[in-house]
Design a protein around this ligand. Sequence first.
Ligand SMILES: C[S@@+](CC[C@H](N)C(=O)[O-])C[C@H]1O[C@@H](n2cnc3c(N)ncnc32)[C@H](O)[C@@H]1O
Length: 465
Amino acid sequence: GGSEIEFGGRSDLRLKYSVDGPGHYNGSNHICQLHAQAGQIALLSLNHQRHDQHNYVPLADSLHTCPKVSTEPIKWPAGAENSSTHIPLCTRLPESYDTPTRTSWGAESLLAEQGEPYCLFTSTSFYDGRGISVLTKPSIARQIMSMPVFNLGAAPKLFQSAPPPFEIKYVQGKGMGVIANRTIFRGERLFARPIVGIFHNDAFLDMEMEEYELRTTLIERGVDQLPDDARERVNAMIGKAGAKNDLVGKLDVNAFAEDFGGEEHSIVVPETARMNHDCRPNTMYYFDSETLVHYTHASRTINAGEEITVTYIDPLESRADRQVRIQNSWGFECTCSHCSQTPLLTDASDGRISTINRIWDQLRINFSGEKKDGEVPEVEMIETMVSMYEQERLYAHISDVWVWAAKAYKKAGKKWEALRWAYQAEEGVLLYDGPRNPDLERMGDIIYEMSIELGLEEEDNDDDN
Ligand SMILES: C[S@@+](CC[C@H](N)C(=O)[O-])C[C@H]1O[C@@H](n2cnc3c(N)ncnc32)[C@H](O)[C@@H]1O
């Protein structure tokens, strides 16, 4: 339950408090919250003291547990205030506050701690009403929320196949999964979904961290504030096998990793999160950090009835390492076809993977200029790599090799081969990593240069204009 009182003698500021029952995060949570006018920030705090079931803290005491805060209106940084449709909530006030008074739960050290708090923003208008919640440091939130995508009249077109070429169905031993309902060819776009959440990894990865419970409370609040469709989709995600199935646990196994402001965050795309793992997946995904849309494309032909999969881990690891990684982070045993081969075939694959990794090391050294041209037969190395990636069925990741093939053939003076691989890499990179990958420009340059040298195109002479 909860109730509200006027705060600091101001009619526009109200303090709402509530006392939750035990069981949630192992104890009673006392939530104090300052409601203020739009454009201001509210402070949310939580009593870290543990109480057993018979020892609820009475109303008056719980008010004391709220940190002393300034009653001056606090403005959200310029550029971001129009993006949020809810009053931002923070673990601490982002800017100045009065010298903290010692509270019954030792808030002093928390409040006096240097560094930024974590604040929650929700926009329900994002992408034509899909909505998004962002929990991060104010400086990072400001970068995110001032992106053009928050200020567009109409959301950009997403170019998805309609109706979708798949259905969401139960898959034995895996929960729900995504099943193709017709043949899908390499390159077809399967998902183009704006993300609905960005959560700083400090908010749920390190349970020992100070303010952990505050941040997880804000994550729950962030999901609650989403529009119905997004909220229901997020709540319908499944948690880690055998673990506590709370929201934070669900996000842990369903979110994708992404950096914002150089810090690790988790992004939430509930539709795409229905894809199960396979060490040799038939799709690839990327995130466009400028439009906040997450894309998935087919990496090879997928037959009707086949499960559509993605890899959760680096596929260039041995079977044993992949198994450990999947078990530790997702709590299931990977039984994909690549992990279920005979021991002899597994050994052969592990051998190829280790050779692939060694060749990558050599190529990087060679192209970094530490070795002289011609010292290593790059084009032969590349041809070997292409073949090994195909043997390994690494169709999602093979465009990495195509990029190097174009560069190596250009360096070797083999123009037709350079042109062929540059075209192949251009499409591959667009599907694998999207339009902002820097290799695209390099491939465009090779295509242009080779086309001129091969007489396929006239040189663009700017001086004539
Ligand atoms: C991102 S979700 C995938 C969708 C999920 N199956 C569902 O019902 O929503 C990740 C979870 O799905 C299950 N899962 C994914 N891939 C699996 C696989 N190859 N084998 C068994 N379970 C798998 C695990 O429980 C994992 O934590």
